[in-house]
Design a protein around this ligand. Structure first.
Ligand code: NAD
Length: 482
């Protein structure tokens, strides 16, 4: 099967769209197209939403255990096509093979996890309320929200879509997916997976296109009961306004500028390796990238030296090189953004200890150097703003109180990492950090059983775990005479 599918998927069928306009999806290594996708108009979005509305009564009437069978067949279809999906993802995102594989494995695990939750839902769907009011009795019913829309980013296309798709299908919702225009093919493949699984027509629909037209039409569509969005905080605010018009539910997974806090008692090798991984994984294009390194002043220079060494040992290259560790940035706009911050660093006179520019080894491709700035002032734009590239900024602190204050001194609150050998301190600090997921002495992992989502301007709501399922369920109480 060709997994690179250049179509929309509406009401169970591949669809060319009505506009006749398409846009190219660019390989970030070669800067040449790997394929094209149609630009769906507001009318195409409308057809997809109507298909989701029509499919909703029958899909939501199934038992959770019946929906789980379809979901497991979908995750099996993804697993069966990994050999083709992984190279396609490497070509469209510039990801190393292991990182592309992880995107699909994470997706399979997540869909299977929510298939289990769909089965459990059968027993939880209607529960009596425990109270004693003479003449009254109540039950609580969990009902699927209805047809819902997903608007997706390009950095982990498959996993992030599955964090929404798994709970939505488990709850009994039907869906319309708008993939990112930058890396849409993994998400479009879900149409093929739906066909292989025999999913009823209209349960899963896909519309391609740019945010301002296709995304906006989805966010504004009155037929949807929720928009679940992952992307930048700026776009999240636009979607929130669009959803306000008819008071849609929203889930917003937005940007971050997460801290990694290294205390004086830390294992320095562990700290260096986690700090480097925290901004180099996926070339720094992670919402939870720990781009703000806060280090106790007594160990700051020793840690900086270790990070410089790790940075200079990275192999920046095309994913075709099996030895490479960091690929290109995923797109030209992202390359312009990251090198723009490197220009700002020069204008601000930041102390660049390694990297700081376009990678000199390439004439073509969106390659940048792994970069470390030290002594970064709090007022620097590089300290304050999400860069979304392999750029680490370091500041020092004197004591725990200052470390917590500095870590929380941001508009964001998605994730945080603490490095210390003192377990009591780790717990004390974790409790005080404004972050949806705090890691202590470990690399970032996001199992589907945990929660994902941000404090402050990093978002609204939680994905994964029971909270993810609850995000697609309405709670209805039925009270009657006893
Ligand atoms: P983006 O906001 O530019 O785009 C995300 C999606 O929104 C795309 O599909 C785009 O077409 C669409 N869009 C753009 N304008 C729109 C509009 N006016 N109306 C409706 N849809 C619109 O984000 P991106 O560049 O694709 O992704 C990177 C961002 O995503 C970073 O800020 C990153 O932190 C964030 N992110 C967050 C999480 C999380 O879990 N919190 C995960 C991954 C990425």
């Amino acid at each position: 099967m060709n997994v690179l599918i250049e179509r929309n998927f509406i009401n169970g069928a591949w669809d060319e769209g009505s506009t006749g306009v398409s846009h190219a999806v660019i390989n970030p290594v070669t800067e040449t197209p790997i394929g094209h996708v149609p630009e769906a108009s507001a009318g195409d979005v409308d057809r997809a939403v109507l298909a989701a509305i029509d499919a909703f009564p029958a899909w939501s009437a199934l038992r959770g255990s019946e929906r789980a069978v379809y979901m497991r067949k979908m995750s099996a279809a993804i697993a069966a096509h990994m050999d083709d999906l992984v190279p396609m993802q490497m070509a469209s995102c510039g990801k190393p093979r292991a990182e592309a594989e992880a995107d699909f494995r994470g997706s399979i695990d997540c869909i299977n996890y929510f298939a289990d939750r769909a089965e459990e839902l059968d027993a939880r769907r209607v529960t009596p309320v425990d109270y004693d009011i003479p003449g009254y009795r109540s039950t609580t019913r969990l009902e699927p929200m209805g047809p819902v829309g997903f608007i997706l980013p390009w950095n982990f296309p498959m996993k992030i879509c599955s964090w929404k798709l798994g709970p939505a299908l488990a709850a009994g919702c039907t869906v319309v997916i708008k993939p990112s225009e930058i890396a849409p093919f993994a998400d479009i493949f879900l149409g093929a997976a739906a066909q292989e699984a025999g999913l009823p027509a209209g349960v899963l629909n896909i519309v391609n296109g740019r945010g301002a037209v296709t995304g906006q039409a989805l966010a504004e569509h009155p037929g949807l009961r929720k928009i679940s969005f992952t992307g930048s905080t700026k776009t999240g605010k636009t979607i929130m306004k669009a959803a306000a018009e008819d008071v849609k539910n929203i889930g917003l997974e937005l940007g971050g500028k997460s801290p990694i806090v290294v205390f004086e008692d830390a294992d320095l090798d562990l700290a260096a390796s986690l700090a480097a991984e925290g901004v180099f994984y996926n070339c720094g294009q992670c919402c939870n990238a720990t781009g703000r390194l806060l280090v106790h002043e007594n160990i700051a220079e020793a840690l900086a030296q270790k990070i410089i060494e790790i940075s200079q040992n990275q192999i920046v290259d095309s994913p075709d090189n099996p030895a490479m560790t960091i690929g290109p940035l995923a797109s030209k706009p992202q390359y312009d953004k990251v090198t723009g911050y490197m220009d700002i660093a020069r204008e601000e006179g930041l102390n660049c200890r390694t990297g700081g520019g376009r990678h000199p080894g390439f004439n073509t491709g969106y390659f940048v150097e792994p970069t470390l700035y030290t002594d970064v002032p709090k007022t620097s734009r590089l300290w304050q703003e999400e860069i979304f590239g392999p750029v680490l900024c370091l500041r020092t602190f004197k004591d725990e109180t200052e470390a917590i204050r500095e870590a929380n001194d941001t508009q964001y609150g998605l994730a945080a990492t603490i490095i210390t050998e003192d377990e009591e301190r780790a717990e004390r600090v974790a409790a005080q950090l404004d972050a949806g997921h705090v890691y202590t002495n470990v690399s970032v992992a996001i199992p589907p059983q945990t929660s994902w989502g941000g404090f402050k301007q990093s978002g609204i709501g939680r994905e994964l775990g029971p909270w993810g399922l609850a995000g697609f369920l309405e709670v209805k109480t039925v009270t009657a005479r006893r």
